[in-house]
Design a protein around this ligand. Structure first.
Ligand code: IPD
Ligand code: CA
Ligand code: CA
Ligand code: CA
Length: 264
């Protein structure tokens, strides 16, 4: 368990926004839905949750910058700290009534993610991590799964919206990963995919074309749970590369080798 003023700020902000999401999820038939691009939906619930988080985080840490999915970059006076916030990760699930979505908040200090919270309102599952202090799900310490054989593993992946770039490559990657793993799944929430690897429910997860707000919090969870995370091509920093591949040390390395081979 982690008790710190920072964690209290983050958990309070996330729980407050989650109450709104849960209410809106109960009334999705009345929800305002629009498109940011082909297949890229945003709802009034995303916007309201983001406003709640923005207000709470700015009030508690006035100088910190923010990178938020719906409002973009908000510069702060303190150039060393930045929140990466996804107010609703899994919007497509949400608006279809699929109860698999979350709020994800990660705090970056000079290029390193130092604290994170991911909260899944419907299951009341709260994931937290602070750098050097471990990762927890509802106060239970997390550890990535220890499986050493790809044939036993469960791998998660994400796919781009209609009209975004990496489809042909993903299809090849999927074929290659499917051929050697025990199972492959797509859940529709990048942050919860990272959390699933951190808590050992899944062994592997990879995705290209994702943003810092999708992954900041989850990357720290995975690492604090003893896992490894690189870009999909094995680069050291998923945040700047915009892609991720994670798992335990052995399987993550094998996944990256497969993804690289597909790329030629
Ligand atoms: C999306 C989800 C999805 C992933 C996409 C993300 P959103 O986030 O995390 O699983 O495949 O890349 O953009 O739009 O629901 O916040
Ligand atoms: Ca979105
Ligand atoms: Ca997202
Ligand atoms: Ca989102």
């Amino acid at each position: 368990m982690i008790v710190s003023p920072l964690m209290t700020v983050m958990v309070d902000a996330v729980r407050k926004a989650a109450r709104g999401l849960k209410r809106d999820f109960g009334e999705i038939e009345n929800l305002q839905v629009s498109r940011k691009g082909p297949g890229d939906f945003v709802t009034a619930a995303d916007r309201k949750a983001e406003a709640t988080l923005r207000e709470a985080l700015m009030k508690a840490r006035p100088g910190y910058g923010l990178v938020m999915e719906e409002s973009g970059v908000i510069e702060g006076q303190d150039k060393t700290h930045t929140w990466h916030v996804d107010p609703l990760d899994g919007t497509t699930n949400f608006l279809h009534g699929v109860p698999h979505f979350c709020i994800s908040v990660g705090l970056e200090r000079e290029g390193t993610i130092v604290a994170s919270v991911i909260y899944e309102p419907i299951k009341d599952e709260l994931y937290i991590a602070e750098r050097g202090k471990g990762a927890f799900l509802n106060n239970k310490r997390l550890r990535v799964a220890g499986r050493q054989d790809l044939a036993d593993s469960l791998a998660l992946y994400g796919s781009p919206y209609l009209g975004r770039g990496s489809h042909p490559r993903l299809l090849k990657e999927l074929a290659a990963v499917m051929a050697v793993t025990g199972g492959v799944r797509q859940t529709g929430s990048a942050a919860l995919d990272l959390a699933a690897v951190a808590c050992g429910r899944a062994d592997l997860y990879w995705e290209r074309d994702i943003k810092t707000w999708d992954m900041a919090a989850g990357l720290l969870l995975v690492r604090e749970a003893g896992g490894f995370a690189t870009s999909a091509d094995g680069g050291a920093d998923p945040m700047t590369a915009g892609s991720v591949a994670c798992g335990n040390e052995v399987l993550q390395r094998e996944l990256v080798a497969i993804l690289r081979k597909v790329g030629g």
